[in-house]
Design a protein around this ligand. Structure first.
Ligand code: SF4
Ligand code: ZN
Length: 329
């Protein structure tokens, strides 16, 4: 069967939401053009913007890296990878491959460890929590710390935008979780124009299905991280359930996830955002909360003076090349 886009090469990827069978080249082109269209639609990146890319080394982060390097001036891009400090995960080997790939696109990569930033690695937080009888999952500590490191480093580096590699499946799962919890603030934060974390966070891949990102990574031969985190089983069960339910919905009605997110974008467009401020570190927080989630979690595991309160998180990043010619912050 021939590709239904170019009509000349052999089709090898069937795309249920469009009903088309595509060749590898046209599939890659289709994914890139959806990323580009989403960026333009919401004005995610302006010419000259300094964009910090949050890269985990997983398949999605390679797609983010490649598509932005093709769409934007690579000297205005910088990669950030966070070392959680979880045994067997984020190995040196994967970091090296990611750094080499970034360099291949002309993008510098900086690595920041959770331990340097908060005083404890994710693994140590979990152990301390267990000793103290605090029943919170590793993913809670990890997610809260990572989000905070990303926005603080983005501010420190003078980035205009912080790009993350969330895909369509991630976005729809998060939206439904917020709806189920009745969390309107969290739901509004998902809107592509949201500025609730201080820096503008962008998700250029929010209209790309997870299976498409995986297929793209395979076609392009990305050396993405294959090691699984030892805490994967602690991932919120609601998210895991939604993930499989949504697969089933999508199989029966291809394109459902895309339609859901497009509808949500329209519904949230008019909403107002409220933001509070952490009494300890001053970071943006949900309205009505005294402390931000990270300060609160760390206090629970015995860290009352985390390093980020007293020194720049960039202390370990000396020798950074900066953003292109002559205007490093
Ligand atoms: Fe962090 Fe949980 Fe992911 Fe492991 S599975 S990297 S602990 S969020
Ligand atoms: Zn705080």
């Amino acid at each position: 069967m021939l590709c239904q886009a170019c009509g000349s090469r052999r089709a090898s990827v069937y795309q249920p939401h469009s009903g088309r069978a595509l060749c590898r080249e046209c599939f890659v082109e289709d994914v890139r053009s959806r990323v580009s269209a989403e960026i333009k639609k919401w004005g995610m990146i302006e010419p000259g913007d300094r964009v910090l890319l949050a890269l985990s080394g997983g398949k999605d982060s390679y797609l983010l890296l490649e598509s932005l390097a093709l769409l934007h001036d690579p000297s205005r891009l910088m990669g950030l990878t966070i070392v959680e400090g979880i045994p067997g995960y984020n190995r040196e080997e994967d970091l090296r491959k990611l750094r080499e790939a970034a360099r291949g696109y002309g993008v510098e990569l900086v690595a920041v460890s959770v331990k340097d930033f908060t005083g404890l690695s994710v693994h140590e937080m979990v152990e301390s929590a267990r000793r103290r009888g605090v029943s919170l999952s590793a993913c809670t500590f990890c997610g809260v710390a990572r989000r905070r490191i990303m926005s603080d480093i983005a501010k420190e580096l003078g980035a205009d935008k912080l790009a993350t590699a969330h895909n369509l499946d991630d976005e729809v799962q998060t939206a439904i979780m917020n709806i189920i919890r009745g969390d309107l603030v969290g739901l509004r934060r998902l809107h592509p124009r949201s500025r609730s974390s201080g820096i503008r966070r962008i998700k250029p891949m929010r209209k790309v299905y997870e299976w498409e990102s995986a297929t793209y990574a395979m076609i392009r031969g990305f050396p993405f991280q294959s090691a699984e985190c030892m805490y994967i089983g602690e991932h919120p069960t609601l998210r895991a359930r939604l993930r499989s339910e949504l697969y089933a919905v999508e199989r029966r009605r291809p394109g459902s996830l895309l339609k859901f997110l497009e509808l949500l974008d329209r519904l949230l467009e008019a909403g107002e955002e409220e933001v509070g401020k952490c009494s300890r570190c001053g970071s943006p927080t949900s309205p009505g909360r005294a402390m931000c989630k990270l300060c609160e979690l760390l206090e629970g595991v015995g860290v009352s003076l985390p390093p980020y309160l007293s020194r720049s998180p960039l202390i370990s990043l000396r020798g950074l090349r900066g953003w292109g010619e002559g205007d490093a912050p």
